[in-house]
Design a protein around this ligand. Sequence first.
Ligand code: GLU
Length: 416
Amino acid sequence: MTESGPLENMLAQMEQAREYVDIDDGIFERLKSPERTLSVSLPVRMDDGSVEVFDAYRCQFDSARGPYKGGIRYHPNVSEEEVSALAGWMTWKTALVDLPFGGAKGGIVCNTKELSDNEVEQLTRRYTEGIRRMIGPETDIPAPDMNTDERTMAWVMDTYSVYQGYAVPEVVTGKPPEIGGTDGRVEATGRGVAITTEETFEYFDTDVENADVAIQGFGNVGSVTADLLTERGANVVAVSDVSGAIYDPDGLDIEDVQAYVESNDGRLEGYDAEAISNDDLLTLDVDALIPAAIEDVITVDVAERLEADVVVEAANGPTTFDAAQILQERDVPVVPDILANAGGVIVSYLEWVQNSQQYSWDVEEVNRDLRQRLTSAFDEMLGAYEARDIPTLRTAAYTIALERSADAHEYRGLFP
Ligand code: GLU
C-alpha cells in the first residue's frame, strides 16, 4: 500500500475535523484550496562559470486572518504539492495559536550539501527577486525552515531592500539580531517543542524528571529540544540524523553530542554510543517520541510497532494520515505539529511586532511571551478535546483553527 503524501494528509486532517464544527460548505471548499502558488525557475551562475537552473515555489494558502506567514525550505524533495501542504499547515498553526497571520510556504528544489556558500547566496538572491512582488511586510513574511537560517534571511532582507531602495527588516523574520532579528528566535521552535512536551507530560501525569525521550533529527529544532529537555531533567536516550541514530539507555550527554557534531561536519556518525537505525529509534519504548526531521516518517508500518507512550510532532507532518488512525486505535496520543512546533512562528510574530515598533525586547520577555501563548493554545486544545468529545488532540486543534479561519472568511465576505 502506498501512503498518501503531505497534501492529501493535510486535506484528510481537515475533513476529519469538519464533523465537529459548523462551517459553511462554500467556505470549507475555499479553505481547502491555496489562494495562489508562484512557480519560478532560477538560473544561477555556479562557481565553475556554468549556469544551473533551479525550480522554486511560494504558496500563499490563506490570508483571511492577516498577512501570509511561513518559512522557505531548501531540499531536494521540495515540490508544489509539498509547499501547498506546508502552507496549509502554517495557516492552521497561526490560527490555532491565534496570531494575526495567514499561512504560506516557499521552497527551492536543491541540495545545499552540494552547493558552495556563494552558490547558496546567489540562489537565495535570485529566489528573492523571483518572489519579491508577492512578499512584503504587510503581505507575506518569509522565515527560515529546513536548511535555511539567519544567514539566508539576511540575504533575503538585503535583496528585497535593495529593490525597495531602503532597509525593510520586517519583510522576513528569523534575521540576525544585528539587522533587526529578535533574541530567542533561533531557539524558538525547539523551546516551544520542549514546553509542549513538558505540558504533555503534566497532562498525562508523567514526571519530566527522568522521563525517557527519543528525538528523530538533530538539526536546529531537535538539538535545542534535546538541550532544554535535558535541562528539565529528562533523559534523552536517542537522537538521530541522516547518518543514523545513537542510543544510550542512561541518557546521552547532549552537550557532548552537540560538540561532536560541530567537529564532525554536522554529522552524528561515529559518536561513541550504541549505533541504531532510524527505524529502531522510532520504535523505542520511551515516554515520548519526538520526530523533528521531515514529513511522513511515522508510516503505518512504524505506527503498528511504535512503543512510545506519546508522540510530540516537532516536524511538520511527520505522521501519515493512515498511521495516525493506527495510533488512535492503539491509544497512543499524538500532540500535533501545528501546536508542538508553533514556537518558531510565535517568536517570528514577536520579531515582526518589534520591527514594526522599531523597538526591541530582551530574551526573557520574548521567552515569557512564547511560553504564555503556547501554553494557552495547549489549554484551548485540551478544552476542545474534552468538551466536544473529540477522538484525537489533532482533530481538537483543527476544530479551533478551522473555526477561526472560517469565522474570518464569514465576517469578511466575498469581494469582488
Ligand atoms: N518554518 C517554521 C514553521 O514551519 C517557521 C515559520 C515562520 O516563522 O514564519 O513553522
